[in-house]
Design a protein around this ligand. Structure first.
Ligand SMILES: [Zn+2]
Length: 347
């Protein structure tokens, strides 16, 4: 005889009962309850270390047995063999192995699944979408980040000529070059998904240095390289690919953490603050390198410009970030890129 608690499955009322097993039968008796049935008709819930054992009866009711000795006796009498999972989870090494496996699967999905899915999604985003993404990004940037350019008309004309000289015969998008002043971005260039390339006045000022406002051969080579690099991003649709990846990553974390509003709100901000992967920067650099070489222009001025940008970042960036960025982040160190441009064999 063992003390147990009976619930009839229809109300929350608790009936104290006595429970016994004999000759393959289970007997439940107590305060107006009398149930007898074959042991092979009842089901024992998966036992937890301290929790009461729960016996499910074929009539929809259940019995809860609290004390350890009764639980063991009941398990023996019912003869229910613990499942594989139940046996595994009793061992710390099996639980640890399961945890490690879970983490490994999660990491694999993060590093391979998300990028692969993003590439597939980006490939299905129509070119018309590139247009509207680019236009809305420019509108936002003009409202928040950019000011009208203060470059002279001859300077802008010279930049447009450099841009046209490295534009491919059959561009993926209609390419156009805009100039803007952007004190908060500093020397920078951006490529939007619709084929709009934006060069900041600050970049032109950095290339010109303290000299008068006309471009010499080195200035032309450096700026042509920068523009070609941005065209490389457009030609390979890097911004759309990064956007698909970031949105997907955000959507995946939102699915895990349950906050979807962040995904919808984040798209314009993502476009204005894209971080291309190292592989993408290398592709764009390769495009610039070939463009400069095929025009018999020097690649060293572009390398020098990247070094200059790197030193400027150095001044503004805390030390820990400098350590982390070239290795862990998607933002490739410009020193590394400058070095690669220098090592490229001259033709
Ligand atoms: Zn780039």
């Amino acid at each position: 005889m063992h003390n147990a608690q009976y619930f009839d499955g229809r109300s929350a009322r608790l009936f104290p009962v006595a429970l016994s097993c004999a000759d393959g039968q289970l007997h439940i008796e107590g305060s107006g309850i009398s149930w007898h049935g074959r042991l092979d008709q009842v089901r024992l819930a998966e036992p937890f270390l301290q929790a009461p054992a729960i016996v499910y009866l074929p009539n929809g009711g259940r019995c809860e047995v609290g004390d350890g000795a009764t639980r063991a006796a009941l398990t023996d009498a019912i003869g229910q063999r613990p499942s594989l999972v139940m046996r595994w989870q009793r061992h710390w090494y099996a639980a640890l192995a399961a945890l490690l496996l879970l983490l490994a699967v999660g990491a694999a999905i993060w590093s391979y699944g998300v990028p692969a899915a993003a590439e597939a999604i980006a490939a299905r985003i129509p070119a018309s979408m590139d247009q509207s993404l680019g236009q809305s990004a420019l509108k936002q940037l003009d409202a928040r980040v950019f000011q009208p350019s203060t470059l002279t008309a001859p300077q802008v004309a010279a930049l447009q000529a450099m841009f046209a000289s490295v534009a491919p015969a059959q561009p993926l998008q209609q390419l156009r070059l805009l100039t803007r002043s952007a004190p908060s971005l500093g020397p920078n260039a951006l490529a939007l998904p619709d084929g709009t390339v934006i060069l900041t006045d600050q970049m032109v000022a950095m290339v010109l240095g303290k000299r008068d406002g006309t471009f010499d051969d080195d200035d032309r080579a450096a700026l042509t390289g920068v523009l070609a690099h941005e065209i490389g991003h457009v030609q390979r649709r890097h911004s759309v690919r990064v956007l698909a990846r970031s949105s997907l990553t955000a959507a995946a974390s939102a699915a895990l953490l349950g906050d979807f509003s962040a995904v919808a709100a984040g798209v314009p901000a993502l476009l204005a603050n894209l971080h291309y992967s190292r592989a993408m920067e290398t592709e764009a650099d390769q495009y610039a390198l070939e463009a400069l070489r095929s025009r018999r222009m020097a690649t060293i001025p572009l390398a020098n410009l990247l070094d200059g940008l790197d030193q400027m970042n150095d001044k503004n960036m805390p030390d820990w970030m400098k350590q982390v960025l070239p290795y862990a982040s998607s933002h490739p160190g410009t020193t590394e890129r400058g070095a690669r441009l220098r090592q490229a064999p001259a033709r």
